[in-house]
Every structure is written in C-alpha cells, then in structure tokens.
Design a protein around this ligand. Structure first.
Ligand code: CU1
Ligand code: CU1
Ligand code: CU1
Ligand code: CU1
Length: 586
C-alpha cells in the first residue's frame, strides 16, 4: 500500500513537472494595407502587429495565460473554440453570453487549464470581428500521442472579403435584403494567402492539421496523388480511416496522416475549393478554389497529373469519422426541438432563427445573470425573451433535434462540449424513428456539424459542464442575424460551487455595461429594457390592416364599375357613329 502511495506521489510529481504556465501577451491591433489575395489591400485585425496571427501552441496539462490588450477602437473578446472550460465557463469568451466585451484600451487576461488534446482555433467572439482576421490556430500537443508521424503541419482554410465585415453586415442585415442573401467572399485562402507552398521529404509521414477558419464557406480538400488517413476530428481521435477528400464547414477541423512518396520526381498540388452551392450568386470576381504546391523538389516544375476531386467529394462526415474511444449513444433525458429557418421579422430584416425567435444578446451576460439572480436563475425567463435559453439539469443526457427548413447547409457549434451525432434524415423529424439513419453504436463526436438543407440532425450531449454555453450556426453572418440559443447547464451547481472572478465584474464596469441582474439589468422578472419585440410579423389583420383592406376593395369596385361603364358607352365608336363611319375594329 505504502509503495503504491509512493508511486502515485511520484507520478503526481512527474505531471506537475510537465505542467507549465504558457503566457502569451496579445496586443490586438489594426494592421493597414494587408493584401492576402494580391487583389486588394485592406485593413485587418492582427495581434502584436502580425497577420496572419501565429498559432497558439501548448502541451496537454499546461495552463494557458493570454494577456489581451485591446488597441482597437471597438470592444472585443477572445474565444478558444472547442475548449470545454469545465470550471472556468467565464473564460469562454462570447460577448453578452459569458462576459462583457473588453473596451478599447483595456487589459484583460484569459487563463485556463489545458485538459484536451488536438486541433483547435481561437477567434474574436464579438460581432463579426473574426471575418476581419482576428483568428488563429490553437494546437495542443499530446505527450501520449496514439499515432506516429514525423512532422506536424498546420493548414488553415479561409474565405476572404475585400470589404470590412461592417460593410457586409450593413447590406446583409438590411430591409433592402429581404431574401437574406449573404455577402459572397472574393477569395479562398490557404494559410491566409494565395501563394502558400509546402515541402514533403520522401518517406516521411506528415500530420496535417486542417482548420476551416472561414466565416461562411465550407471547403472541400484533397491532394493530387495522395490519400489521407483521418486520425482526429474536432479534437476527438478517430480510427485511422483512409479518404481521398474531405469537407470542412466553417470551424471544423481534421487531422490526417499523409505519407510522402518515395521519389522526388513529381511535385503535387493541394486543393481547397469553396462550396459555391452555398452562395446566392457567383460574382465574376470570385476565386472559389485555392491551390498550394507540395514540393518534393523545388528545383523542378514537374507536377503530377491532377486528381482534383473538389465538390465531387463523396466524403461523409458521419460514416467516415469513427471515434477511437468507443462510446455508445445513451438514451436522452431531455429533448429540445429546434427548427432552423430564415424569415423577414417585424422590423423588416431577414433573420436566422430557432423556432421563429431570433437570438439577440441580453444587456447582461447570461452567466452574470445566472450568478446574480438567485433562484430566478433556474427560470428560462430571467435570461430574456430573445436569448432562447434552455435550463438543463446537471448530468442529464440532452438531445437536440435540428430540423433545417432552410435551403442551405448550416454548421452548428456547441460551446463547452463535443456532442454525439446520433441520427440524421431527410425532411422534418416528427418523432417517427424509422425515418432516421441512426448511428447508435459509436456515433461520431465533434463540436461542429453540418445540418443538411431540407434535412434534420439529432445530436446528444451530457449536461456535465455547469455553466452557460452558446449553441449557434458558425456562419458568422447567421450568428449575427440570430441563429443561436443558450444552454444554461445546472445553474444551481454553478451558484453553489463557483465564483465569478472580480475581473469579469470590472470589465463590465469599464465598458459601462451592467454586470448583474436579469437580461435587462434589473431584479426579478422585470425585463423592461431587455432586447425584445423582434419576431414574426403579426399573423392576421390589425385594425389599420382591416381599414386598408376595406379601402382597397372599394377602390377595386369603383375601378371595375368604370371599366363596365366604359365598355357600354364606347366613346370612340359613339363618335364614329355620329360622323356616319363604320365602327372601328381595334
Ligand atoms: Cu466555440
Ligand atoms: Cu468558433
Ligand atoms: Cu447558418
Ligand atoms: Cu461561438
């Protein structure tokens, strides 16, 4: 027993030695005249005057500290996409959900423990800032890596706009855009560039970590002459599965192993093609496909024959992704039905919405509401009428049914979790389980999934992470327009076991934002002043409408009467008759 304790202590000491604090100082700045596609220079958001922003790299078990200074003239926040933040929900980053945004010229520190392995990314979670470049890879090295490879290569895919996102948002969320057509990007980029190249050494095995950091576009990805073995999907290790091509929606990640050829006789192209089906129009200036050469020998320009698969890909994100650590689908305790749709709301703007209510962030971040409203935190109402809050019981298995009534695919992301993709099908899921293609034995698990147009997906997750987690479409235009909901997990556990750090109260005060109370910053259920009133237009006739309808009918009757009068009193032929001429045939 004693020996066992010593071994345990020794192991503990070893892990402590390995765990270290990794500190990044991040000055968030504008950078002028950046031209990643070589077509138009524009302002971007970078860190420490660098863009593309270099990756954040840590080891499993580390503590990551990010000292952010906001040098923008707008507020900002930073979100580490895919991190569970179990016990540190306030470090998650979405503005208005877990924290008040960091005002200009203010210092704010994010600090959390690294308890996961794999490929992630970070981005601003304030407004549409990540479209303007505030995003970077986030790589966590596993000291006990289950797969063997020689080199680690990070590849980012992104869509690029020549205009700043504020310009796009003004046209997108406008009464002059009733169909909700999203601005279409100008270029596809690999590693935020159109001139990226890679090198392969014969015989070596490469782990390519592919991250889609786009704000809108899904990408198809393949490499001429090389198959890829998937080993990781959104931070979840998978069985080694060979594919010729992949697709990744915005925010999705894959690690693939690629073994280099044995000869340097050919160089090869890597292809990243945007899914143009998602664009309402295909502008003439669009560069939807990006390529990057993989050189075996830079001295020659002898490229292998093309095997460009692109959008003809048969990759299936539910069949080709098999988690390495098996976990069967568990029956659910709590079911949430979400209908995805886009409609013109009563303010004349086409918005994305769940169950016909668009999400508009409350005045007080919902996590602050949870901490400061006592028993009211258990009611969904206190989080505000447009927050789409669902209060969940600790450790319940939660099923979300996503019925997509829209004619587009939507990539849905849940903060704080990976979920199981347990089922899918065409049309609307109405509870008839025989219409579902189930993945019960070992369903794929990830943090972002594509819900196909006109179809449905069924996902499940365990509410084992007390806190407030936003669930949203990761197309940034759609998040901005309201396609989001909040999962309020075990508010009683949060109140009884956690304390909101003072820095989160201070950042609210610094930006003149209320830090406590309900969605309106008030006590109890007095929600006057919280975002409200935006929804589907009144379904029926108001008094004004009835009056207008009556006036229309009267006008129509007068119009018809005058036509009839005209027909029976033909003024032309009456005149001809009077002059003794035959009637006109016209
Ligand atoms: Cu996220
Ligand atoms: Cu994200
Ligand atoms: Cu969407
Ligand atoms: Cu998010």
């Amino acid at each position: 027993m004693r020996a066992f304790s010593y071994i345990l202590l020794g192991l503990l000491a070893l892990t402590t030695i390995h765990a270290k604090r990794v500190v990044y100082d991040m000055n968030v700045t504008y950078i002028e005249n950046v031209n990643p596609d070589g077509l138009k220079a524009r302002r971007v958001i970078g860190i420490n005057n660098q863009w593309p922003i270099p990756p954040v790299v840590v080891d499993y078990g580390d503590t990551l500290v990010m000292n952010v200074h906001n040098s923008l003239d707008n507020p900002t926040t930073l979100h580490a996409h895919g991190q569970f933040q179990n016990g540190t929900n306030w470090m998650d980053g979405p503005s208005g959900v877990t924290q008040c945004p960091i005002p200009p010229n203010y210092d704010f520190t994010y600090e959390f423990n690294i308890t996961q392995n794999g490929t992630y990314w970070m981005h601003s979670h304030y407004g549409s800032q990540y479209m303007d470049g505030f995003r970077m890879p986030f790589i966590i090295n596993n000291p006990e890596e289950p797969y063997k490879y020689d080199e680690d290569v990070t590849i980012t895919l992104s869509d690029w706009y020549h205009d700043e996102s504020e310009v796009g948002l003004a046209t997108f969320l406008s009464v002059y855009n009733p169909t909700g057509a999203e601005p279409v990007p100008q270029s596809a980029l690999i590693n935020d560039n159109r001139n990226t190249s890679f090198e392969f050494v014969p015989g070596k095995t490469y782990r390519l970590r592919i991250i889609n950091m786009a704000s809108f576009a899904t990408f198809y990805f393949d490499i001429d002459g090389h198959d890829m073995d998937i080993i990781e999907c959104d931070g979840v290790y998978t069985e080694r599965t060979t594919v010729q091509s992949l697709f990744l929606t915005t925010a999705q990640r894959f690690s693939v192993l690629v073994t280099a050829k044995n000869s340097t006789g050919f160089n090869y192209y890597m292809h990243a093609d945007m899914d143009t089906v998602m664009f309402d129009t295909i502008p003439e200036d669009l560069n939807p496909n990006a390529t990057a050469p993989i050189y075996y020998d830079r001295k020659h320009n002898n490229f292998a024959p093309e095997r460009h698969i692109g959008m003809a890909s048969t990759f299936d994100e539910q069949v080709d992704v098999i988690p390495l650590e098996k976990e069967a689908a568990a029956p659910y305790d709590h079911q949430i039905n979400l209908t995805i749709d886009f409609q013109v709301t009563n303010d004349g703007i086409n918005r994305g919405m769940f169950n016909y209510i668009p999400f508009i962030a409350p005045k007080v971040p919902s996590l602050h509401t949870l901490f400061s409203t006592g028993e009211y935190a258990m009611s969904e109402e206190v989080y505000g009428p447009l927050s789409r809050a669902f209060v969940l019981k600790h450790n319940d298995m939660v099923e979300i049914v996503l019925n997509n009534l829209d004619a587009n695919n939507h990539p849905f992301h849940l903060h704080g979790h990976v979920f199981q993709m347990v089922g899918r099908g065409e049309g609307v899921y109405d509870g008839n389980t025989s219409n579902v293609e189930w993945f019960n034995d070992n369903p794929p698990r990830r943090d972002t999934l594509r819900v196909a147009d006109g179809g449905f997906s069924i996902i499940r997750f365990r509410a084992d992470n007390p806190g407030v987690w936003i669930f949203h479409c990761h197309i940034d235009w759609h998040l901005e327009s309201g396609l989001a909901a909040l999962m309020i997990e075990a508010p009683d556990v949060v109140q009884n076991t956690m304390k909101l750090p003072q820095a989160f109260m201070d950042v609210c005060e610094a930006g003149n934002n209320p830090a406590t109370g309900n969605a309106a910053g008030k006590e109890g259920l007095d929600l006057k002043g919280a975002p409200s009133g935006i929804g589907m237009p009144y379904d029926g006739f108001t008094a004004k409408g009835k009056g207008a309808m009556a006036a229309c009918i009267i006008c129509a009757l007068i119009g018809m009467a005058s036509i009839i009068w005209y027909a029976f009193n033909d003024p032309v032929n009456t005149a001809r008759e009077r002059m003794g001429r035959p009637p006109s045939r016209g």
